[in-house]
Design a binder for this molecule. Structure first.
Ligand code: RFL
Ligand code: PHB
Length: 392
């Protein structure tokens, strides 16, 4: 079948779903093609930390009913170094900005529902295979759905198809530089049916490795520990996970509550980006163009920040036949992407074990940590990057 729309969106993750809602609001037709089933994308466990800007956008899109009820606002974060814990308060350091804890799969559920309520077509289990004509006025996405081949002709293609998608493969190699760090450690993440042991997140360096205490609700905790890249979940029976978390997160007068673990998985840590996100009528957004290690909680938030620029640029083109924002799209996004890359890398090196305890590198880590306590400037730097800069 051959059909057409104005903007063909590949991927129903946070980037693709927010783009569709913003375009629909501005009267621009679009269709989303998503490789996976609805059930799969709605249950994929990932992020949990939403910046103020992200929450504001979901509100603006009228999709925040559940987020407003169930999201947990946090006004500070605990940072710990070998059992010494300090708090970085957001309110006084950032002029009242905060973060909200709400699972990515809940965000995705809410955004899918909002798309369907507004009559936006999402084709699940539609596998985009290649894109043609990115340098013409009518590019096409060729995809497979229900065992049949289809062609979607559009004015623009938005590659919101994540790190493993096909969008990036359609940028000519000589149009961008690629930057990449593969870190020599991974995260084992768990979800457990137990009330969080802390009112705010705890990021901890320990001589045995990094640990993070996060949460999803008043009854579900989300925790992570640094493991080797070749480690497997089979090496981590529940008792060992709790024991290790308890040691790494521990501080005097505090104890970690354990409970039944219902999700366990290992994620590699990587920094990746390209310095051009567009070619002709093809525009990339989100993980398709950049990956940050999750230590700063930035990935989903960056994806949504790209989309704000892309939606404005497309609106300006349709309303005013003005392509200036389309031309500057990559440069506009890259300012925030570089900032997030730096912050995520900084947090990763600050909290992960990379060098033997007591080595020069390790003592520099400790010095950076101690500096947060004695310098309001350093604490502010962390706070304003962590909650996310409003404009950049
Ligand atoms: P997604 O979510 O990967 O969505 C892309 C979608 O495209 C589909 N797709 C295709 N569809 C059709 N045809 C094809 N050929 C296709 N190829 C792919 C995929 O099925 C998928 O549905 O990318 P998007 O929208 O750019 O969103 C990015 C975020 O998902 C990601 O950055 C975050 O999850 C990262 N992240 C975090 N981000 C935060 O902002 N705060 C956090 O606290 C946070 N914690 C995390 C994280 C990621 C983690 N993992 C598992 C990588 C914690 C972890 C452990
Ligand atoms: C999460 O809750 O999953 C989470 C929170 C903060 C991070 C990463 C992940 O930095």
């Amino acid at each position: 079948m051959k059909h057409s729309t104005k903007v063909g969106i590949i991927g129903a993750g946070p980037a693709g779903l927010t783009l569709a809602l913003l375009l629909q609001k501005r009267g621009i037709d679009c269709i989303i093609l998503e490789n996976r089933s609805r059930l799969y994308v709605e249950s994929r466990v990932r992020a949990g930390l939403l910046e103020q800007n992200t929450v504001d956008l979901i509100r603006e899109l009228g999709a925040s009913e559940r987020l407003d009820k169930e999201g947990l606002e946090h006004h500070g974060v605990y940072l710990s170094f070998n059992g010494v814990r300090q708090r970085v308060p957001f309110k006084e350091l950032t002029g009242g900005r905060c973060i909200t804890i709400y699972g990515q799969q809940e965000v995705v559920k809410d955004l899918i529902q909002a798309n369907l309520d507004r009559g936006i077509e999402i084709l699940f289990e539609a596998h985009a295979k290649h894109i043609e004509g990115t340098k013409t006025d009518n590019p096409s996405i060729f995809y497979q759905h229900n065992g049949e081949e289809h062609e979607l002709t559009c004015d623009f293609v938005a590659g919101c198809d994540g790190y493993h998608g096909i969008g990036r493969q359609h940028l000519p190699k000589d149009t961008y530089n690629e930057f990449r760090i593969e870190y020599p450690f991974s995260w084992l993440g768990i979800l457990a049916n137990v009330a969080p042991s802390s009112d705010e997140l705890i990021y901890a360096y320990h001589e045995r490795g990094f640990a993070l205490h996060s949460l999803r609700s008043e009854t579900v905790s989300r925790l992570y520990i640094q493991v080797e890249n070749d480690d497997t979940v089979d090496n981590w029976p529940d008792e060992k996970v709790w024991e290790e978390l308890s040691i790494r997160l521990g501080t005097e007068g505090w104890s970690l509550q354990s409970g039944p673990i219902f999700e366990k998985s290992i994620t590699p840590m990587r920094s990746f980006m390209i310095d051009n996100m567009q070619h002709g009528r093809l525009f990339l957004a989100g993980d398709a163009a950049h990956i940050v290690p999750p230590t700063g909680g930035k990935g989903l938030n960056l994806a949504v920040a790209d989309i704000r620029f892309l939606a404005s640029a497309l609106t300006n083109w349709y309303d005013n036949q003005d392509d200036s924002l389309l031309q500057s799209y990559s440069q506009d996004c890259l300012r925030r992407i570089w900032r997030a890359q730096d912050f995520s890398n900084f947090m990763t090196y600050l909290f992960h074990k990379q060098a033997p305890h007591g080595s020069f590198e390790n003592l520099l880590q400790k010095s950076k940590f101690d500096y947060i306590r004695i310098s309001k400037a350093q604490a502010t730097t962390i706070a304003e990057n962590y909650v996310g800069l409003k404009e950049i």
